[in-house]
Design a protein around this ligand. Structure first.
Ligand SMILES: [Fe+2]
Length: 520
């Protein structure tokens, strides 16, 4: 157990803060002052609040009652009523909607409230109350109405937040961004492994495989005050990568030697805990080891967001996975990153989209990148789309043929910043650029320094690669208008300083109608 009671209390005090404390007093009446002190002791809202999956008329609101975050929750075996409110103001004075839901023990006393009847493209604030305790206040925002003219959208995307490797200064900075419409999380929200030595923070126990262990691991991560602040600042649209279950798993094939039955049970536990801790709608409720996470969001006429899941349905990594020359398996027509059903869904959605920008939010790097700088030999990361060449060609060919407007791929997984032109033929630099890819660095997860030199040396032989930086943690800020997409790479000065400053490392633009990124 990494935390004693004192450090937990300190974390919680930091997480709530005076401003939110005062907001809480305003919300559910004057008596809340005493109640808030009690809440700080019990910490029933110790994981904060969140909202997500914004539609034009509403969002989903999330919290979990958890007085013992690292010890199974501590709420017992009975359902507990939770009141919620949505207001037009941050002080929770103009309450527009309220209701009561039951936090169920089989859902780890999490609640997912789907609010409807709100106005499009507006900010709202929300808060929960359970017993005599009130939660911090969160801000959220509805999506613009489908087809409505939208002049600007601003969103952040993030991935890979290994708790042990660094602090979450990136999230503190993200929470302070003005006018954030939403946040996209591209996965590796938690990591499954046991604790390691000589790190700034420590995991709470051995590699997790059971539902209770996954729940405790989410709780450990969610105790972080900067992560809570980012959740409370804007609605999140989440998808996962591998570490929410097991490193580099594919469909029902685990990394280590678990039986398929044991791994299916593990995946079911991991997916259940994911649902419980994310602001997802009821349609995303898992059924055993299955959870459909691919889904689509429409942001007026400006952007369509196709959220992908490249773990649950993919064929096994070819050629034994890892960094290798390609074997024939990597080129197999039957190899799939998305699975048949999701692939058809994606292509159909791209075809139908009328949005100015088509964003594909997904996990592993889509661009080809030959890590071996020598012309006579090649090395590819076979967990990425480079191991699924035919699947990538199907998608890029489709983009070239059907020409949905301005396809932009946003990517996590790789713990480093990359900007790519996605080419119709990666072997031919003169071939058409059909889309743009921004792979964002990790919030906190390490990137091996030894790789940096090798990857930098390989840049000239991968001329569609516009940018690489492996040295810094952070997140990516995107500002979209009808004429232009701008990406700002926000990076943390010192990842092991919880108060670190954050600055812009580089900015890129994509112009409407002209795929490919330009540095500004
Ligand atoms: Fe990661």
């Amino acid at each position: 157990m990494a935390f004693d009671r004192t450090s937990l209390m300190r974390l919680f005090a930091a997480a709530t803060g005076r401003r939110r404390f005062l907001a809480a007093v305003g919300a559910f009446g004057g008596a809340a002052l005493v109640q808030r002190v009690h809440a700080a002791e019990a910490g029933i809202f110790s994981l904060g609040v969140a909202s997500g999956d914004p539609l034009a008329d509403g969002v989903v609101l999330w919290t979990r009652l958890v007085p013992k975050p690292l010890g199974g929750g501590g709420m017992g075996t009975r359902p507990v009523p939770v009141q919620w409110q949505v207001a037009r103001d941050a002080n929770m004075r103009q309450v527009l909607q309220r209701g009561t839901v039951l936090a169920l023990p089989e859902m780890a006393h999490s609640v997912h409230v789907e609010v409807h009847g709100l106005e499009p493209a507006r900010s709202y604030w929300y808060q929960f109350k359970a017993g005599s305790e009130v939660s911090p206040v969160g801000r959220t925002r509805t999506a613009p109405a489908p087809g409505a003219r939208v002049e600007r959208l601003r969103f952040a995307f993030a991935s890979c937040q290994h708790y042990e490797h660094a602090y979450y200064s990136a999230y503190r900075d993200m929470a302070a961004v003005e006018d954030l419409d939403f946040v996209v999380h591209l996965g590796d929200y938690i990591y499954e492994r046991g604790p390691t030595a000589n790190q700034p923070r420590k995991h709470d126990g051995p590699e997790i495989t059971t539902l209770e262990q996954y729940r405790n691991r989410y709780a450990l991560y969610k105790l972080d005050p900067s992560l809570q602040a980012a959740h409370a600042a804007a609605p999140w649209i989440v998808t996962w990568d591998d570490h929410e279950v097991d490193n580099n798993y594919a469909t029902l094939i685990p990394e280590d030697d678990q039986t398929p039955q044991a791994f299916a049970a593990r995946r079911a536990a991991a997916y259940q805990a994911y649902y419980e801790h994310m602001p997802l709608r009821l349609v995303s409720l898992p059924k055993g080891p299955d959870l459909q996470l691919f889904r689509r969001f429409t942001m007026g006429d400006l952007a369509e967001l196709h959220v992908l899941d490249t773990r649950q349905y993919r064929s096994d990594q070819p050629c034994g996975d890892r960094l290798k020359p390609r074997c024939p398996e990597a080129l197999a027509e039957a190899a799939s990153m998305l699975g048949d059903r999701q692939e058809r869904w994606l292509l159909a959605g791209l075809n139908l989209s009328r949005a100015r920008w088509n964003v594909m939010a997904q996990q592993t790097v889509m661009a080809q990148f030959d890590v071996d700088p020598r012309p006579e030999s090649a090395l590819f990361n076979l967990d990425q789309w480079d191991g699924y060449v035919a699947a990538r060609e199907r998608l890029l060919r489709y983009l070239a043929a059907r020409r949905p407007a301005n396809p932009v791929v946003i990517t996590g997984d790789i713990h480093s910043n990359w900007v790519f032109d996605l080419k119709s033929d990666f072997a031919n630099p003169d071939s058409a650029t059909v889309a743009t890819e921004f792979a964002g660095t990790s919030i906190s997860s390490n990137f091996s320094k030894e790789f940096t030199a090798q990857l930098t040396a390989a840049m000239p032989s991968n001329p569609h690669t516009k940018f690489f930086n492996g040295d810094q943690r952070g997140y990516t800020l995107c500002t979209i208008t009808p004429k232009q997409w701008q990406t700002d790479l926000r990076v943390v000065t010192n990842p092991i300083d919880p108060e670190s400053t954050v600055s812009t490392l580089a900015s890129f633009v994509v112009e409407d109608g002209r795929p490919g990124a330009q540095k500004i």
